[in-house]
Design a protein around this ligand. Structure first.
Ligand code: SAH
Length: 364
């Protein structure tokens, strides 16, 4: 257990001392809000300043190009709505948007750009990359009468999760408390058994399950908008396609996994995305939803050919391009761990590269 030495750790400690343990969701939400708003966390370790983690769009331009072509293809087949807008959730440095918009422009799609971003530091960087972009704190303020063409990479994993834990007294909320000066997981006072799916109610002691109310609410609101406004959305994140148990809360700092209590506010806290639940929510709202892996989707989108043509155009970079391709696609790199979820309005065409109409095999 780590004592946590950051300013926020001190604030949390005083809060817990005066009010008792706090839910994991509060610990994660407040830690990430402070983390993202004060810095640019992206980038290779040795770069000036040194980032904490790297994402697919930062690995290669090919990732954003495939995402942009995916949206453009749907837009063309839907009849080229001239009022469609590009929306991105948590755009980081704006790299995905830049590459996707360039690919879209090659297909005649030049949409207005709307960015949902909570971090002031990142808004500045995004504004520099994407002239004329309009910023939003949440999807609530997006235009209401125009089709949405939406991308979100590694956004859902940063949203705060709640955890429930099986104890000798039954299911309880998993909380962050103190053992001496060190943070420690403790169980909350209120019975939570009714909040747990029936087939898990008799689970082994210490079994943990996670829910992400913020992601569930976001997908529900977005699905309603897609139903009314039309459009398509692509979410890419690490996570699972079938319900599972166990804590996936993790912390990363300077490209290393660290203890989740190490440095609240100064490390990236994430959790795996429960795509099975988000898929069910979208379908319930009448939107078409489909899931696949990042590797399968990128391969179906033709990233292999794109890598070949980029390598041919700049032979000196051929090796680097091949390595980036493999990192994005190979099952032992990002290809299997990262999943894609496609949402499309019911009267819009389905997106390329997703299995249609067939049952997915659960990935355990
Ligand atoms: N999509 C980018 C960055 C991923 S990091 C990439 O792939 O490189 C997560 C992004 O989501 C950051 O831009 C962060 O500031 C933003 N973010 C995290 N939580 C958020 C929230 N609750 N509301 C709005 N933006 C958030």
């Amino acid at each position: 257990m780590s004592a946590g030495t950051t300013e926020l750790a001190g604030i949390f400690r005083r809060l817990i001392e005066s009010h008792g343990p706090m839910p994991v969701s509060r610990y994660m939400g407040e830690s990430n809000a402070r983390y993202y708003t004060t810095r640019d966390p992206l980038g290779a370790p040795r770069e000036s300043g040194g980032g904490d983690f790297t994402t697919a769009p930062e690995i290669s331009q090919m990732f954003g190009e495939m995402a942009g072509l995916w949206l453009a293809d749907i837009w063309v087949r839907a009849g080229r709505h001239s009022d469609a807008i590009y929306v991105e959730l948590g755009p980081g440095r704006g790299t995905l948007a830049r590459d996707a918009l360039r690919a879209m422009a090659s297909q005649g799609l030049r949409p207005e750009v709307h960015l949902v971003e909570g971090s002031e530091a990142l808004r500045k960087i995004q504004g520099g990359t994407l002239a004329g972009a309009q910023f939003h704190d949440s999807i609530d303020t997006l235009p209401e009468n125009r089709p949405l063409l939406l991308l979100a990479n590694e956004f859902l994993d940063a949203l705060p999760i709640r955890q429930l834990v099986m104890t000798a007294q039954g299911w309880r909320e998993r909380m962050v408390g103190l053992e001496g000066r060190a943070f420690a997981f403790v169980s909350g006072p209120s019975p939570m058994t009714e909040a747990v799916p029936e087939d898990l109610r008799a689970a082994q002691p210490d079994t943990v399950i996670e829910t992400c109310p913020a992601a569930a609410a976001l997908i529900e609101a977005l699905a309603r908008r897609l139903d009314v406004q039309g459009g398509a959305a692509l979410f890419i994140d690490y996570g699972h396609l079938a319900l599972r148990t166990g804590s996936t809360l993790q912390a990363v700092k300077a490209h290393e996994k660290v203890d989740v209590f190490d440095a609240p506010g100064e490390m990236d806290l994430t959790a795996h995305v429960d795509f099975a639940t988000l898929d069910a929510i979208a379908r319930r709202e009448g939107v078409a939803s489909s899931l696949t892996t990042q590797g399968a989707w990128l391969a179906a989108m033709g990233i292999g050919l794109r890598a070949q043509s980029l390598a041919k155009a700049s032979p000196a970079r051929a090796e680097e391009i091949g390595l980036a391709h493999d990192r994005l696609v190979q099952p032992d790199a990002m290809g299997e761990l990262f999943k894609c979820m496609a949402l499309t309005a019911r009267d819009w065409p389905r997106g390329a590269g997703f299995p249609e109409g067939q049952r997915r095999k659960p990935d355990g």
